[in-house]
Design a protein around this ligand. Structure first.
Ligand SMILES: C[S@@+](CC[C@H](N)C(=O)[O-])C[C@H]1O[C@@H](n2cnc3c(N)ncnc32)[C@H](O)[C@@H]1O
Ligand SMILES: Nc1nc2[nH]cc(C(=O)O)c2c(=O)[nH]1
Ligand code: SF4
Ligand SMILES: [Mg+2]
Length: 221
């Protein structure tokens, strides 16, 4: 019996668990526990989290949730790597919701979001051409978005901005959920992006990664 229980225990591969200030999305500024899952099938050229592509440690779900709870915070952000690349991520998200946490998920937009627990706020990236991964966008995800989800487009240059603007019109993105536009850190001038958004009266929210103002590119922050 003991042996059977061991075998049926759910596990998930994790790179790091840490407490920080949420640096992105409309939850920006909230003290949050981050659970960074290992592995990603994409290779965005500007990715700031390449250290999560490999390695990590296989963690039992109950034990992982106990570690999250020990931080004593209400908000939890599951990210990666690409969290949805591991099937057990869906169980992790549901279990965190069951435990009463307010949960957000950061996902690339290349994997199906339809199986994610409805209590989770899903932050879905649309990959612009400058990422090198625009072919991976799963456009069918758009139909699953709810008002408490968010779309995020990270922009490397003005061509990416023009692409994002066209997408917003063509796919009526702003009618589905809030849309965030973010500069690639250290590459696109945030002021230029802010000015384009105001100039074009774009129905989006400008964001930058505030954790990089606070802690630069430190890991686990
Ligand atoms: C590291 S990813 C992990 C989650 C998922 N794989 C994704 O791409 O959404 C978390 C967020 O960081 C953003 N990001 C990664 N590198 C960045 C950079 N250099 N500048 C700005 N945002 C970046 C991604 O676009 C994504 O929104
Ligand atoms: N402080 C902080 N906020 C974040 N929001 C989303 C992050 C991510 O890597 O997905 C992140 C991160 O890595 N650090
Ligand atoms: S999908 Fe996310 S984790 Fe994967 S390479 Fe792109 S930004 Fe990095
Ligand atoms: Mg990050």
């Amino acid at each position: 019996m003991q042996e059977l229980q061991e075998r049926t225990k759910t596990s998930v591969r994790v790179t790091e668990v840490f407490a920080s200030i949420q640096g992105e999305t409309s939850r920006t500024g909230l003290p949050t526990v981050f659970v960074r899952l290992t592995g990603c099938p994409l290779r965005c050229v500007w990715c700031d989290t390449e250290y999560a592509f490999h390695g990590g440690r296989s963690r039992d779900l109950d034990e992982l949730i106990a570690e999250v709870a020990a931080h004593g915070l209400r908000h939890v952000c599951v990210t990666g790597g690409e969290p949805l690349a591991q099937k057990s991520c869906l169980q992790l998200l549901a279990a965190l919701c069951d435990r009463g946490f307010s949960v957000s998920l950061e996902t690339s937009g290349a994997l199906d979001i339809s199986g994610v627990d409805a209590r989770v706020s899903r932050i879905v990236d649309l990959k612009a051409p400058g990422s090198g991964e625009a072919d991976r966008n799963l456009w069918a995800n758009l139909a699953h978005l709810r008002s408490d989800d968010e779309l995020k487009i990270v922009l490397a240059d003005e061509a990416d901005y023009a692409w994002a603007r066209a997408c917003i019109v063509e796919h009526r993105l702003a009618e589905r959920c809030p849309v965030l536009l973010s500069p690639v850190h250290g590459r696109l001038d945030p002021t230029a992006l802010a000015e384009w958004i105001v100039r074009d009266r774009l129905p989006v929210r400008f964001q930058t990664q505030i954790h990089k103002i606070l802690w630069l590119d430190a890991r686990g922050r």
